[in-house]
Design a protein around this ligand. Structure first.
Ligand SMILES: NC(=O)C1=CN([C@@H]2O[C@H](COP(=O)(O)OP(=O)(O)OC[C@H]3O[C@@H](n4cnc5c(N)ncnc54)[C@H](O)[C@@H]3O)[C@@H](O)[C@H]2O)C=CC1
Ligand SMILES: N[C@@H](CC=O)C(=O)O
Length: 782
């Protein structure tokens, strides 16, 4: 049974290399029984249209030149892709067909649709041969055997049966898009760019599960991403908006594509054949996606008023000119927007029932939620005034407003319109995991900070997660009353449910902020990435995971253009990762990092003077929110070892934790058992510390816990964290309790190192540091 119908457009098949790429996608994604629908390669249909025009104009020279052009293109493709009998077979078939075309032209019996059909026939045949050559038995199928129309109407029952009979074998079928036949077996076309329609029709007839439209863009964007770099790719677009965009001439989806999916469960995705790993845009049923904002532009249109427009007539006209036509009713009159090059043809077809209202129009339409349209119309009018763009005709409907203008909407104007009308409505969903010391303060700070970010982004906290319980609200949680809401609505959850809920979120961007201290939670990162989530971590486990896992995670992030910020995992709010990144981006090379990278150990060592037991100070550090949930993570030196590893990886070293020597600041045997058991043996810790303290004192030095990493000239790396006795007048001896210090040597900071110093732990500074990462993210997403 066919599960998925994959459709590849002309841009995906524009060269031999593209055919190879498509074949690899098919090998990787398709199973026997799936179907592939193809359009004509590259610009073949345009060339065939020109061939038809030269035939109609009796331009024999033009006809031969264009035919030669087609022949060259096809034979070059075949020569580049095939050897041996496959090549000779395909060239012979091509030759045969070109001779037939020449003969038919000579005898004046050339038929337009039959001629245009060659583009798709060639693509399907070449791709099927290529797949077979690569070991995946594929059959090419002429869709004229599958789709029959009578008086312009598809004969659905008959077609369904034909599809089920002809495509039932356990093979892969490569079916021609765009073409069908009538009951007299004459070729008809399904309209320009009708291959998407062929794919959804086929999916309907075969009861397929899904249709993937593979194209040259990564999905459906808020506007043309080639013109506006900040165009937003939407993960989900509802069918009605997709249909409206298609009617407005948006090139990603075509007008009739969606109709076969009506009342079915068939999923539709738009994916990039140039970037297979990129997440697609899903076209979902009504109610499964929020209304999005789009700007789609027009060039060179005529506005025509039509008397008594018949039902279905717009479809017939667009079939006639092989181009989509937008129509609307304003003040009781019917209007159509026709590409100026086809106005004459359309007026002729409407024989006296139509007149041109405005000609040579440019412009754009803003598509949005009905509640936003009126306000966007006012804003857009003002922006056009500011840009001196003259509006000649304006029409607004429930879901869009149309501006027809004198001047073309160039990239600059489009970028301004997009920034003010679309970007302002962008949403970022925030999932906060970990509501302990730091997490609670972070959420409290959110109230003010989210309001600040709102100037750029609509930031919504959609989930709060603690171990085993979560509060999830796709439309956003009210921050000021979150505790109350938590009491009433938080539920037990399994990780799979959390991932599923995140996957269902219909936001332009999503970020998971990990303020847990949980290794298990960090293991979920790859799944968050699959759901297109950016990551912000205060948690250090992912940054210090085994190198293979870590590198893999980074690759997955890069492949999906996702960001990962973790500035607070080292030095709390201190901008140490920013500093290292900046130095390296500006061409510097870091050779050494020394210092104190633990707020807890800094505070303990600087505070201890013998008057209070060391273990008592540990309990105080814990109460102040400096320590890890189990303070032994700090006392063991492990936390500082993790931080040094994160820094090492940030400067391009591929170390693992074991590569950093570690000396604990506690008796090693106290690592076993629970924290409470540890406290029952606190004298042992006190004795251990007192002994080290006295030794340092005896040497007229002070006890500190430090870290160091250096790279020698041969590139050899040495790294360690441990107890150090330092001179009483050194900077480290004089650190304010709780402060971290990073002493960085590099090519530029060789003899006089760069020093970064300040609070290295604490709820407020850490929470603020996470907000800094969130702010950074929103700036990058802009
Ligand atoms: N305290 C500080 O000054 C700094 C802390 N950090 C890091 O921030 C993180 C949080 O620290 P604290 O707030 O002090 O810890 P905490 O122990 O007070 O809070 C941790 C929170 O994470 C939740 N949690 C634990 N496992 C979870 C799981 N599997 N799924 C979801 N939630 C889970 C807990 O329920 C709790 O709400 C740690 O990774 C820590 O290393 C980073 C810089 C400074
Ligand atoms: N426990 C850590 C907290 C910050 O990472 C420390 O004391 O530095």
């Amino acid at each position: 049974m066919t599960k998925v119908v994959h459709k590849f457009g002309g841009s995906s098949l524009s060269s031999a290399a593209r055919y190879q790429a498509v074949a690899q996608i098919v090998l990787g994604q398709c199973l026997a029984g799936d179907c592939v629908v193809v359009s004509a390669a590259g610009k073949t249909t345009n060339t065939l249209v020109k061939l038809w025009q030269s035939y109609k104009q009796d331009d024999n020279q033009g006809f031969s030149d264009i035919l030669l052009q087609l022949e060259n293109h096809q034979s070059e493709l075949i020569a580049a892709l095939f050897v041996g009998h496959n090549r000779s077979d395909l060239l012979a078939q091509l030759d045969n067909e070109l001779q037939t075309i020449t003969e038919q032209a000579k005898h004046g019996v050339l038929h337009e649709a039959t001629l245009l059909a060659h583009g798709e026939l060639w693509s399907a045949r070449v791709l099927a041969y290529l797949l077979t050559q690569l070991g995946f038995a594929a059959q090419h199928v002429d869709a004229r055997q599958l789709f029959t129309l009578h008086n312009g109407q598809l004969l659905h029952q008959q077609n369904k049966q034909a599809c089920k009979e002809l495509l039932q074998a356990n093979a892969l079928f490569v079916v021609t898009g765009f073409i069908a036949s009538d009951v007299e077996h004459q070729t008809v076309t399904l309209g320009r760019n009708g291959s998407d329609y062929s794919a959804t029709l086929l999916a309907n007839y075969l009861d397929a599960d899904a249709v993937s439209i593979w194209t040259d863009t990564q999905g459906v964007f808020s506007t043309d991403p080639r013109k506006v770099a900040s165009a937003i790719k939407y993960p989900k677009v509802c069918r009605s908006q997709a249909h409206l965009l298609a009617r407005l001439g948006n090139p990603v989806l075509h007008a009739k594509t969606l109709s076969p999916l009506k009342n079915t469960k068939i999923k539709l995705q738009v994916r990039s054949s140039f970037d297979v790993e990129a997440s697609p845009t899903e076209i979902v049923k009504e109610g499964y996606s929020k209304a999005k904002r789009f700007i789609t532009t027009f060039e060179d249109l005529d506005l025509i008023r039509v008397d008594a427009l018949r039902q279905g007539e717009v479809g017939e006209l667009s079939q006639l000119i092989q181009h989509s036509i937008h129509h609307f009713i304003a003040q009781g009159e019917c209007y159509i927007l026709v590409p100026a090059a086809h106005t004459h043809e359309v007026l002729q077809a409407l024989s006296g029932r139509a007149n041109i209202v405005e000609s040579a129009l440019q412009g754009f339409a803003v598509v949005a939620a009905p509640s936003d349209v009126a306000q966007l119309q006012v804003q857009a009018t003002q922006l056009l005034n500011e840009q001196n763009v003259v509006v000649r005709f304006l029409h607004s409907d429930d879901e869009y407003v149309l501006f027809l203008t004198d001047q073309a909407i160039d990239s600059d104007v489009l970028a301004i319109l997009h920034d003010k009308l679309v970007n302002k409505g962008r949403e970022l969903a925030v999932i906060i995991a970990g509501l302990g010391n730091v997490g609670e303060v972070f959420v409290a700070q959110c109230q003010r900070q989210v309001a600040h970010l709102k100037q750029q982004f609509d930031v919504k906290v959609v989930a709060l997660v603690r171990s085993g319980k979560m509060l999830f609200s796709a439309s956003g949680i009210a921050i000021d009353t979150w505790k109350q809401q938590w009491q009433n609505e938080a539920v037990d959850y399994a990780n799979s449910e959390l991932i599923e809920r995140i996957g269902e979120l219909d936001y332009e961007h999503k970020v998971v902020i990990d303020i847990t201290a949980s290794e298990a939670f960090s293991h979920l990162y790859p799944q968050f990435i699959k759901q297109d989530c950016h990551l912000i971590s205060a948690n250090k486990y992912a940054g210090t995971a085994d190198n293979t896992w870590y590198q893999n995670l980074r690759e997955q992030l890069t492949e999906r253009n996702l960001f990962w910020r973790y500035n607070t995992s080292v030095g709390a709010g201190l901008p140490i990762n920013f500093a290292l990144a900046d130095l390296q981006h500006s061409g510097d090379k870091i050779t050494q990092i020394d210092g104190v990278f633990s707020g807890t150990l800094s505070w303990l060592c600087s505070s201890f003077d013998g008057s209070t037991a060391f273990s008592e100070l540990v309990v105080q550090a814990q109460a102040m929110g400096y320590t890890e949930p189990d303070p032994r993570e700090d006392l063991s030196g492990r936390d500082m070892q993790r931080k040094l590893l994160i820094l090492a990886r940030d400067i391009g070293l591929t170390l693992d934790l074991e590569d950093i020597a570690l000396q604990p600041l506690m008796p090693e045997d106290m690592a076993q058992g629970s924290w409470d058991e540890f406290l029952t043996r606190r004298e042992q810790l006190d004795a251990f510390y007192a002994e080290q303290y006295q030794q340092a004192k005896a040497q007229n030095q002070v006890l500190r816990y430090t870290g160091s990493l250096s790279i020698d000239e041969q590139g050899k790396v040495s790294a360690k964290v441990g107890i150090a006795f330092v001179a009483k007048d050194s900077a480290i001896a004089h650190l304010t309790p709780g402060d971290n210090i990073f002493v960085i040597k590099s090519i530029w900071y060789e003899s006089n190192p760069l020093v970064l110093q300040g609070p290295g732990a604490g709820k407020e500074v850490t929470a603020a540091g996470i907000h800094s990462d969130l702010y950074w993210l929103t700036q990058r997403l802009k």
